[in-house]
Design a protein around this ligand. Structure first.
Ligand SMILES: Nc1ncnc2c1ncn2[C@@H]1O[C@H](COP(=O)(O)OP(=O)(O)O)[C@@H](O)[C@H]1O
Ligand SMILES: [Mg+2]
Length: 405
């Protein structure tokens, strides 16, 4: 079973003042010229999960630039969840407190971590082309985002670790390694070591499962290269070889030993904040950054589809899959196979492209929204393929009240 958005509203979100979309299908194609507002819709969907969405934007960055002072943005979606049935998620910016609001079925939630309980969103965008070329921070974030889908407490671990790391760095910077309070330093390093262990353990298990999912995907279709994935870092590598307690003690001792050096260079020399999520091209036995641009795109797609498969296996429902400008780069054969995979995976998939003709195999199978200047100019629902249309009952015509945040 899948999660399927049947009603989406964007309010004061990027180029949209107030947009409503009612998809009736598991495959949704957004077409339109550059700047029409396609990616913004995917970004709004990505805010239905925890985190900062597919552009990793700040909360006030996505607010429509014409919004009046004090106005916040909101995204609301009615969707069918395999386990809980029809639900509504509302999220947005609380301008007074500059924090994110999350409501589920109208009820205010304490934080955003709860979102991953009900909805998983998996995406791939052209900006992610840099994933294998840029520094390790982007790749760590990618992997940690994968983990949020299964394990809401991962965000808390990362925050705990980062706060202790920041406090330790400040203490060392302001006082020097020898004059800083050793008791305080030790207690911060203990927090770091405890958090690092759970961060590393979650990363290792996720990488292992992601690898398994990638192999399974590759067995059913080899249009994308098979990725070999690993997480490399002091704590992760040690944890593969030694018992957790020993690694925790070892990491704490390492932090203590590197105080003098860290006081000079800032940060900490080792730790889960420096680990790298490495991807190899199995066929060429090459690290992704040494592969051609096309191969890198293929590896990115393979990792993304493995992520989607993993969500389906672990959660019991396929995620919302957002593919931004991905079809245009594939030849006709691969495109056809990708569309078949997308229709078969059981979850809802949202795809974008400037050229409608590349989605020709999806005509009469997917719902097409054609956008221009932040408005829907065409909405084509396939009528002659009952298999492609959602089996669920359409939501009752509501008065809009269900969309209040
Ligand atoms: N905060 C904002 N307020 C108003 N418009 C915005 C905001 N952020 C981005 N935009 C506009 O949204 C438009 C559509 O962007 P996008 O969805 O990326 O288009 P595309 O269809 O090419 O994917 C852009 O022209 C951009 O200027
Ligand atoms: Mg775009």
């Amino acid at each position: 079973m899948s999660q399927t958005v049947t009603d989406l509203r964007l309010y004061r979100f990027r180029c949209y003042g107030d947009l409503r979309l009612k998809p009736e299908n598991r495959a949704v194609v957004l077409t339109g010229p550059n700047g029409a507002g396609k990616t913004n819709i995917l970004e709004a969907l990505s805010f239905l999960g925890p985190g900062r969405g597919l552009r990793h934007a700040a909360l006030d960055e996505v607010l429509q630039n014409t919004a009046k002072p004090g106005e916040g943005w909101a995204v609301s979606a009615v969707f069918d969840n395999a386990r809980y049935g029809r639900m509504q998620i509302g999220t947005g910016l609380d301008t007074a407190k500059n924090r994110r609001l999350v409501k589920i079925d109208g009820e205010m939630q304490k934080g955003q971590a709860v979102l991953s309980e009900y909805l998983s969103v998996v995406w791939v965008t052209p900006q992610m082309d840099r994933l294998f070329l840029d520094g390790s921070a982007l790749r760590r974030r990618f992997l940690d985002q994968v983990i949020f889908n299964f394990d809401p407490s991962h965000m808390g671990r990362l925050k705990r670790y980062e706060k202790a790391l920041r406090d330790r760095s400040r203490l060392l910077r302001e006082n020097g390694a020898h004059r800083a309070d050793p008791v305080w330093l030790s207690s911060l390093e203990t927090v770091m070591a405890e958090a690092a262990l759970s961060i590393a353990a979650a990363r290792l298990i996720t990488v292992e499962r992601l690898q398994k999912a990638a192999i399974e995907n590759h067995l059913s279709s080899d249009i994308f290269p098979l990725p070999v994935i690993r997480i490399e870092g002091w704590v992760e590598t040690a944890l593969e070889e030694k018992p957790a307690l020993e690694v925790e003690d070892g990491f704490r001792a390492l932090l203590e030993k590197s105080r003098a050096r860290d006081a000079v260079t800032g940060g900490a020399e080792h730790g889960t904040h420096r680990s790298d999520f490495m991807v190899w091209h199995k066929g060429h036995n090459l690290l992704a950054d040494q592969c051609s641009t096309g191969e890198q795109k293929g590896l990115l797609m393979a990792v993304t589809l493995a992520h989607a498969r993993l969500v389906a296996a672990e959660r019991g429902f396929a995620p919302l899959l957002l593919l931004d400008e991905m079809a245009a780069h594939l030849d006709e054969y691969r495109r056809g196979v990708l569309f078949d995979m997308v229709l078969a995976q059981g979850g809802q998939c949202w795809m974008t492209g400037t050229d409608r003709s590349i989605f020709a195999p999806l005509e009469n199978k997917a719902q097409f929204f054609n956008l221009e200047n932040a408005a829907i100019v065409e909405n084509i629902t396939p009528l002659d393929d009952p298999a492609a249309v959602l089996p669920e009952k359409k939501p009752e015509e509501d008065t809009g009240s269900g969309h209040e945040l």
